[in-house]
Design a protein around this ligand. Structure first.
Ligand SMILES: Nc1ncnc2c1ncn2[C@@H]1O[C@H](COP(=O)(O)OP(=O)(O)OP(=O)(O)O)[C@@H](O)[C@H]1O
Ligand SMILES: [Mg+2]
Length: 439
């Protein structure tokens, strides 16, 4: 067999580019792979400088070739790092489209008989097919990843919507219950309250009458009558009764006033009444409400304001919205028992206006966070909080098709953001929760 001829044929039939250079980068040999793609036969280019033939990549080629000559070690160039060293074209197997050839190149040292290296052999492999599959796969996995992320976001939205739905169902059920209870106890409270007022009046009169009798008895100067009177008063502990009676009545009247306040709130919660709808400046509303809450905030709280300019008016029930602000301001004041800072912020966000009330109080634990909007949920001592403030605020804001967002880091304070659509609810006649639960 003619070995040189076999070598020659193999060199030219292999799907590999082979090019041999000397230390001056002159081409000593290249096979048909190179001739076919450059249109230049070996005879035509033999002795030419490879770097000058491919000026665009000459720096890269020089670096690689030099490293082989200096280190006497093979060097590699991978398509992921340097895809198109030689400007050859190839076609993609998937699309058939003609593209620049993706190449892996080996730079191999060729040792002379004395083991020194003066020549370098470049072996070029066309990896367009591999690159094409790899890129298609990457594209696919990026798409899959994106779809996965979209699905995840959708899932989160869904579960949020579900929990909101649950929340509003719960609120509606509690609202109905509250409305029933409020209705039932409203009448007795009414007559207890009015009877107590009358009783207070009667008691005052009775005490006056007793005083009068005492004076009459003492005027008679009759020791026997005076002794009888003293004896009777002692037996009945009248001194104590006279002192305690007005206090008892006053406490009872205060108590029943508190109960009627609760019932009033309950009614408001289950049927946020038909106050006037009109465009209103929320910052004005907040500032006016702040004046009302001022005595709770005055001494201990420093107030910081950050209101965006030219905020649009919001179509709302201003009195109701002020009620919400009042609850938030009072809560913030109550949370900051000692000194603290109150940050009030207003800004526009797309088609909504947002009002934030943030305090530097103790914040809210995550287990309380879930229950804030529940009617009667309070952490305040008996008598100082009914736990209706936030549930009432929730239903007012819900009715405006808005939302209340709460953020809190325990130990660092709490932030309540009321977000209201500028145009108000789409149809005011068809408001959520506007069903007449209480007549
Ligand atoms: N700014 C705040 N910082 C810390 N906790 C808060 C804050 N606002 C509300 N809370 C918690 O939420 C609970 C419920 O608040 P909500 O306003 O509904 O009722 P309340 O303030 O307890 O009573 P009410 O408002 O009827 O007087 C509070 O008892 C408190 O534990
Ligand atoms: Mg409150």
């Amino acid at each position: 067999m003619d070995l040189p001829r076999l070598h020659f044929q193999l060199n030219n039939r292999l799907p590999l580019g082979i090019c041999v250079l000397n230390a001056e980068y002159q081409v000593l040999y290249w096979n048909d792979f190179f001739s076919d793609r450059t249109g230049q036969s070996l005879a035509a280019i033999q002795g030419q400088n490879l770097l000058e033939m491919f000026p665009a990549q000459s720096r890269y080629l020089k670096k690689k070739i030099d490293s082989v000559l200096v280190l006497n070690n093979a060097s590699f160039s991978y398509w992921e790092h340097q895809p198109h060293v030689f400007p050859f074209s190839s076609s993609r197997p998937i699309t058939g489209e003609e593209t620049l050839m993706y190449q892996n190149i080996e730079f191999l040292p060729i040792e002379s008989e004395d083991s020194s290296v003066h020549n370098v052999c470049l072996v070029v492999q066309d990896v367009t097919e591999l690159a094409s599959y790899f890129q298609a796969e990457q594209l696919l996995s990026a798409k899959l990843e994106q779809e996965g992320a979209e699905l995840k976001a959708l899932n989160e939205k869904l579960s949020m919507a579900q929990s909101q739905l649950l929340q509003s169902e719960k609120m509606a059920a509690i609202g109905q219950l509250a409305a029933g209870v409020a209705h039932e106890i409203n009448n007795p409270i009414g007559f207890i309250s009015s009877n107590l007022q009358t009783l207070q009046d009667y008691a005052t009169r009775l005490l006056k009458l007793t005083e009068f009798y005492e004076k009459v008895v003492s005027k008679t100067g009759n020791d026997a009558y005076l002794a009888m009177q003293r004896d009777m008063q002692q037996r009945l502990q009248f001194g104590f009764v006279r002192q305690d009676l007005p206090d008892l009545l006053k406490e009872s009247i205060d108590g029943i006033d508190r109960v009627s306040e609760i019932v009033k709130n309950l009614k408001a919660f289950s049927h946020v009444d038909n106050a006037q709808w009109q465009p209103a400046d929320l910052v004005d509303g907040l500032e006016n409400t702040l004046k009302i809450a001022a005595n709770q905030l005055k001494y201990k709280v420093e107030i910081h304001r950050d209101y965006a300019e030219d905020l649009p008016q919001v179509y709302c029930q201003p009195n109701q919205i002020n009620q919400v602000f009042l609850n938030l301001l009072v809560n913030a004041a109550q949370a900051m028992e000692h000194k603290g800072h109150l940050y009030l912020r207003a800004w526009q966000q797309n088609k909504d206006v947002c009002i934030e009330v943030r305090d530097t109080g103790p914040g809210i634990s995550s287990e309380h966070m879930k229950r804030l909007f529940e009617p009667f949920f309070t952490t305040k001592p008996v008598g100082s909080g009914t736990g209706l403030g936030l549930s009432l605020s929730y239903s007012i804001v819900k009715k405006h098709h808005g939302e209340i967002q709460i953020h809190s880091t325990p130990g660092e304070g709490a932030s309540f953001v009321v977000i209201l659509p500028i145009t108000g609810p789409e149809k005011t006649a068809d408001l959520p929760g506007s069903e007449q639960l209480i007549s």
